[in-house]
Design a protein. Structure first.
Length: 196
């Protein structure tokens, strides 16, 4: 991490996520039918993202996980983000990756109430990361791809390392981790941490 006093001490809101799936238009139609559109249940903080009403079942070599939420809108590629404990249930060797880095990742079967789709790749455990706009990144002297650390206070205080900065127009400034990481630090949704 760069030792830069400009962002040292910056407080950032934390959002954690459970397992979920991003789907391409092609896979949506294969799972739910031609010209099918996802139904928004809850708006999320980043850009046009929303939690859809639709859920699917993930089928791995050893087990399955039901009621996995789809996150819309449709993406160019289908991507399944699971927890480390899910990988054991499913029987998959899953790498830690940033969103969109899907080369050499395991595949999986996705099952809806109408159909199923076998994917050759796309399953990851998401690396912890910071979403930030170009304006906020410049103001705080943060660069895309940079690694930072986040300090969490409280009874389960700890320091998260290897948080990767992701800079993009329209991003709201948020740290994204998964629910297992949040539980380890006693974090509640939208708590704040301090970049150190």
């Amino acid at each position: 991490m760069e030792n830069n006093k400009k962002f040292n001490g910056l407080e950032v809101e934390i959002e954690y996520s459970h397992r979920h799936i991003h789907v391409s238009k092609e896979v949506i139609e294969r799972l739910f039918g031609p010209r099918y559109n996802l139904t928004s249940e809850k708006k999320l903080s980043q850009a046009e993202d929303f939690a859809a009403q639709e859920t699917v079942t993930l089928m791995g070599p050893k087990g399955k996980i039901e009621n996995v939420r789809i996150i819309g809108p449709a993406r160019e590629k289908t991507q399944i983000e699971i927890l480390q404990s899910d990988a054991f249930i499913l029987g998959l060797d899953v790498p830690f990756r940033l969103s969109g880095d899907l080369d050499n990742t395991p595949g999986i079967k996705i099952v809806s109430n109408l159909n199923e789709v076998d994917l050759a790749e796309g399953v990851i455990i998401a690396k912890r990361h910071l979403h930030i706009s170009p304006e906020e990144a410049e103001k705080n002297k943060l660069k895309n791809g940079q690694k930072i650390q986040l300090e969490i206070k409280g009874e389960r205080a700890l320091i998260f390392k290897e948080i990767i900065v992701r800079v993009k127009e329209g991003f709201q400034t948020r740290i994204h981790i998964d629910v297992e990481e949040a539980n380890a630090a006693g974090i509640k949704q939208n708590d704040k941490g301090k970049i150190i």
